[in-house]
Design a protein around this ligand. Structure first.
Ligand SMILES: *Cc1c(COP(=O)(O)O)cnc(C)c1O
Ligand code: SF4
Length: 336
């Protein structure tokens, strides 16, 4: 089972962001109540299919009240369809689980190593491969970065370290500082990339300590956010993005194409425009990893390609994300 914050086990002083982290909604009935659907008991899932509901209240506040098809609600509310067995949807769609279960480091693409820095997230997204992999918070906590740093030292071709998860910003800042102190001894690593959904779902995480850490790094910094719909961005997210850019970080966004959430040209165009207004460039639009329990979110490839054509016809090129799929064994994300 996925547990809450690994950071809660560390001995650093409590910070404000851990308060909303802990106060996330975990009860489906409470979530429906909060969005004005308390009388819609028909929407209550029979169970959570082994992956708990979890969503911060600030994110819930951006959902439309009284709308069972709200694109934010659909990303987090367990659905009956998660039990459907669909051919081709497996437990390990991209062949990563065995690698992730080990030392936490994935080196699939040239020049870039990806570190599963934390198994925790503030939000549980129903479409995520992580639903089947309660991987260890212990990855970073137990080794204190020793193993990943040794692996980096042993491979001078790696110029970029990608922190992923789970959500790497679920770690407390002192833990992140520990890692980058170790990186300072590896001059070949010139870039730090952070894949995180926290500035969107829990912008409180972008606090002074995090900003000071980022600003002080002698590295190029890229923060890849994860938002799937324009409604996920509000003034608090704008402020978090502005602060992150203030540290010198480049801000990108990756989305997952999700049926019922963002599978129309208007929604995708609005998302690109809204991201850019927050100072964030669209980077990837992912075709769903074919993971058991997520088939009801899948969008057919020809539909996806038609959507991309529609985006190209109406947006400047820099606001059109790259439509890709992750294929096990490929040397890069595969363009559709
Ligand atoms: C997606 C991914 C990357 C980053 O790929 P980019 O195309 O550079 O964004 C790196 N390593 C692994 C293992 C990945 O899955
Ligand atoms: S999509 Fe990202 S934030 Fe959501 S559950 Fe998966 S890893 Fe966590």
């Amino acid at each position: 089972m996925i547990t809450a914050s690994p950071s809660a086990r560390l001995s650093s002083p409590a910070t404000d962001w851990r308060e909303p982290w802990r106060n996330a909604i975990t009860d489906p009935a409470e979530l429906l109540q909060a969005v004005g659907l308390g009388d819609r008991t028909d929407l209550l899932p029979p169970d959570d299919a082994g992956f708990a509901l979890r969503v911060p209240r600030g994110f819930v506040a951006r959902m439309r009240r009284g709308d069972p098809r709200d694109p934010l609600l659909l990303q987090v509310l367990p659905q009956r369809a998660e039990h459907d067995r669909v051919a081709g949807f497996t437990l390990d769609a991209v062949g990563d689980l065995s690698a992730k279960a080990g030392h936490g480091m994935l080196h699939k693409y040239e020049g870039r190593a990806l570190l599963i820095a934390s198994g925790s997230c503030a939000v549980n997204c129903r479409y995520c491969f992580r639903r089947h992999f309660p991987y260890g918070e212990e990855i970073a906590a137990a080794s204190h970065w020793r193993e990943p740093l040794e692996r980096l030292r042993a491979d001078p071709s790696i110029r970029e370290l990608i922190l992923s998860g789970g959500d790497p910003l679920s770690l407390v800042t002192p833990k992140l500082e520990e890692l980058t102190r170790g990186l300072a001894e590896l001059p070949q690593v010139i870039r730090l990339r952070i894949h995180t959904r926290l500035p969107v779902v829990l912008p409180e995480r972008v606090d002074d300590a995090l900003l000071a850490w980022l600003a002080g790094l002698p590295l190029q910094k890229v923060v890849v956010l994860h938002a799937n719909h324009a409604n996920e961005l509000d003034a608090s997210v704008d402020a978090a993005c502005a602060a992150l850019r203030g540290t010198g970080a480049t801000l990108l966004n990756q989305s997952v194409l999700l049926r019922g959430v963002n599978d129309d040209a208007d929604a995708l165009a609005d998302l690109s425009e809204r991201l850019f207004a927050a100072g964030v460039l669209p980077y990837y639009l992912h075709q769903l990893d074919r993971v058991h329990g997520t088939a009801h979110f899948e969008v057919a490839d020809d539909t996806a390609l038609a959507l991309l054509d529609a985006l190209r016809a109406r947006l400047p090129g820099y606001l059109v994300p790259r439509l890709v799929r992750e294929v096990a064994g490929d040397p890069a994300k595969r363009p559709l």
